[in-house]
Design a protein around this ligand. Structure first.
Ligand code: ZN
Length: 744
């Protein structure tokens, strides 16, 4: 059987067909998933007093900022992004965090959350909003809370309620949903509790050398006069908001930059926050000196943007077998086809690439943060609507009309991208169907209706998701559109991956409406990508005609972008005219309680080698290391899923012996960039934890040890019982490197 992997943000055809078959076979045993909320109800919320009045021109805001761990059990659960059946979690590279920013002008309040997840799903958002409602009543609502994902492809999957996404995620997985919901809500709780008067400053700059357009052929199909308005075929802009208290001390930073978080590729199986998360990590380590990762008051959010056609693999695509460039339109190779064409760089491996891209984004943001001097002042607004995206009529002028379509994915969707391509014989840029796959589709799923086929033209439909409703709809119909504004800063929350040019058109349309009252102001409009609900990609009409991966994944048809331009313009106009309360909420999205399925088997009882205990060292460390070396130690381990809620804990510590206090001090956890926690499955339900410490050049010389913490399940009195365990390496010495001795 062909190996299936690496379709960025999507599925390969075989997976879906297999998924359908599997679904049919298991119809009888579909496991209904129970409601995930276990938190007791909280007392109603009492709003804080209004901010102190000062100079009305520069009245401070109330600002609250919070960060919380949202990492789920890093074992057995598929990772979300490449839709590879082989890419299931097996350890931790870096932890995942949710970062929340609340701003209040004494009259209105908005919340912006950027979380280290592939994307926000409608289900995740609805569960978060329900939890916030229970705690805070009507304070945090669908109109004033934006949830955005960084688009890391190495977070856990399984938090979707539409069938297409459940098929590749082993269903709806409560173990994956809970830490996300609880982590996001906790970040809002922390922000809520520490609200204080403060100020916001903004700065914009450009970052080169960190992004590359992965579908230039599509981009070139945009009108020439439009392309000539821009220097580059990806947006290089970095927009930074600096948050300070009234003393001017920095308390947080929020930024937007458009690049895919796919520096970590489909071969990685450790949970990782990828390049955007690494930028947050570096900024927070910098601003919280002496703190372990995830600790410290300063919070740095790096939000996604219009990254639809933007790759971080800046050496670009080439054929791995011949080192020749790939075909320009199809991104395929003469020998090996699509799967041989991959993009790489800038580093020699994915870890180095992640580090370089993350460091570049961090460095630019830090520079802009330091220089931010343009104060953001003025009222806060939020506008939100639910829109039925399958049925939007677009009025181009008085004579010309068009409509969106029921969702469908085209053939090129199954080809994947040069950041991770499908293994089947699909190529990008396909505007003609393939009889072989069409026959399979018709047999298994039924042919798309003529109306849907015509509506999506020139997209040859592979998955007719809009007409598939078993056991639940395969794709959403009701989509969130939302804009929040703070002074003249507008954050447009978009439900998927806008391409570069789509994003530019949307920013421009929103800006135009915001300025429609005739007052010229310095509006800064940013797109927050992967927000609120996931609807794949949104290309321009012209890009859609080329039907590369992004066009094939524009699920509501060629006029999807036009529909969004119309709907977001409506919100922006309401904001400009101060009448957001008159916007009808639109049709409420469904919250499915039945027919969610969970195909993840429960974690089995753990086995261990005879005469060994959990936590025992199987492969010991060496006595001496130098900076630059990799320390490695392997322990007898339990399944990390037995550790339950792993948030704010660590499977790993690197500790140094403090001679003065004669105690071990933690210098790294599993959230640290320098550590890698690999969970490896063996035979007979036995597993091991291989812990690596990549000793940084900055490491202090001294005596160290590595500890591993976990839980195992065994039978006690014939009942499965979970017990904690702990293991420690022998102590080892890190000596100064030769370089270090000579120069310091
Ligand atoms: Zn993507």
């Amino acid at each position: 059987m062909a190996r299936n992997k690496t379709v960025c943000c999507g599925l390969s055809a075989l997976e879906v067909t297999l998924g359908v078959l599997f679904g049919l076979m298991t119809a009888v045993t579909v496991a209904l998933v129970q409601d995930t909320h276990t938190d007791p109800p909280h007392p109603p919320f009492h709003p804080p007093p209004p901010p102190p009045s000062g100079d009305p021109q520069h009245k401070p805001y109330l600002i609250g900022i919070g960060r919380a761990d949202c990492t789920g059990p890093p074992a057995d659960i598929p990772l979300m992004g490449y839709a590879s059946t082989e890419q299931v979690a097996a350890g931790i590279h870096t932890r995942l965090y949710s970062r929340a920013f609340i701003v209040d002008d004494g009259r209105k309040r908005v919340v912006f959350v950027t979380a280290d997840v592939g994307m926000i799903s409608q289900r995740l958002r609805l569960e978060v909003l329900q939890a916030l409602q229970t705690k805070y009543g009507d304070l945090y609502r669908q109109d004033n809370v934006v949830l955005s994902g960084t688009h890391t492809h190495c977070g856990l999957a399984g938090y979707f309620q539409y069938t297409l996404f459940m098929v590749t995620s082993k269903g709806y997985i409560p173990a994956s949903v809970k830490p996300l919901v609880n982590g996001i809500v906790k970040s809002v709780d922390i922000a809520h509790r520490n609200m204080r008067p403060g100020r916001i400053y903004r700065k914009k700059g450009e970052l080169d050398g960190s992004s590359l357009n992965r579908s230039p052929h599509s981009y070139m199909n945009n009108p020439e006069e439009e392309r000539h308005k821009y220097k580059t075929n990806t947006d290089k802009q970095v927009v930074v908001l600096k948050f300070t208290d009234l003393d001017g001390d920095g308390i947080g930073m929020l930024s937007w930059f458009a690049v895919h978080a796919v520096s970590m590729n489909y071969s990685n199986r450790m949970v990782s926050s990828d390049n955007m998360g690494h930028a947050s990590y570096l900024m927070e380590q910098d601003k919280n000196p002496g703190e372990l990762p995830g600790q410290g008051g300063f919070v740095a959010g790096f939000s996604s943007s219009n990254l639809g056609d933007v790759s971080p693999n800046i050496k670009g695509p080439y054929c791995m077998n011949t080192m020749e460039p790939c075909d320009y339109l199809n991104s395929s190779c003469p020998v090996g086809g699509t799967k041989m064409c991959k993009a790489f760089g800038p580093g020699n491996d994915m870890f180095e690439s992640t580090r370089i891209i993350g460091h570049n984004i961090y460095t630019k943001a830090k520079e802009l943060y330091a220089a931010a001097d343009e104060e953001v002042t003025g009222f806060i607004q939020s506008a939100h609507q639910w829109v039925n995206m399958t049925d939007v009529t677009i009025q181009f002028n008085n004579t010309h009309m068009a409509s969106t379509c029921k969702p469908a994915l085209g053939h090129s969707f199954a080809a994947g991208t040069t950041d991770g391509g499908g293994d089947l014989n699909f190529t990008q840029g396909s505007t003609e169907g393939d009889p072989f796959w069409d026959r399979i589709r018709d047999t298994l799923l039924g042919p798309p209706s003529n109306k849907t086929q015509e509506c999506h033209h020139p997209k040859p439909i592979l998955f007719n998701t809009g007409e598939m409703n078993w056991p639940l709809p395969w794709h959403p119909q009701i989509v969130d559109v939302q804009i929040i504004t703070v002074g003249t800063m507008a954050i447009v929350a978009v439900p998927g991956e806008f391409t570069t040019m789509s994003g530019r058109r949307l920013r421009e349309a929103v800006k135009q409406e915001l300025e429609s009252d005739g007052l010229i102001r310095d509006w800064e409009v940013v797109l927050a990508g992967l927000s609120n609900i996931y609807t794949h990609y949104i290309t321009t009409y012209e890009e859609y005609q080329v039907q590369r991966y992004e066009g094939a994944s524009t699920i509501y048809g060629p006029h999807t972008l036009s529909a969004y331009l119309q709907n977001y313009a409506k919100l922006a106009r309401a904001i400009a005219q101060d009448r957001v309360s008159t916007l009808p909420p639109g049709p409420e999205p469904p919250f499915f309680k039945k027919n969610l399925f969970n195909l993840l088997p429960s974690a089995p009882v753990d086995g261990k080698p005879v005469n060994r205990s959990f936590g025992d060292v199987l492969e010991q460390v060496s006595p001496v290391y130098r900076p630059g070396d990799v320390v490695s130690v392997t322990f007898v381990a339990g399944n990390p899923r037995h550790s339950g809620d792993i948030r704010d804990k660590s499977f790993v510590t690197v500790e140094i012996f403090d001679n003065r206090t004669e105690t071990w001090e933690i210098v790294h956890t599993d959230a640290s960039w320098e550590t890698r926690f690999h969970w490896l499955k063996g035979l007979k339900r036995q597993s091991t934890a291989k812990v690596e410490w990549h000793i940084p050049a900055t490491a202090v010389a001294g005596l160290y040890r590595i500890q591993h913490f976990g839980h195992y399940m065994h039978f006690q009195n014939l009942r499965p019982t979970i017990k904690p365990y702990q293991g420690s390496s022998q102590a080892f010495t890190v000596t100064p490197s030769f370089y270090y001795q000579r120069h310091h």
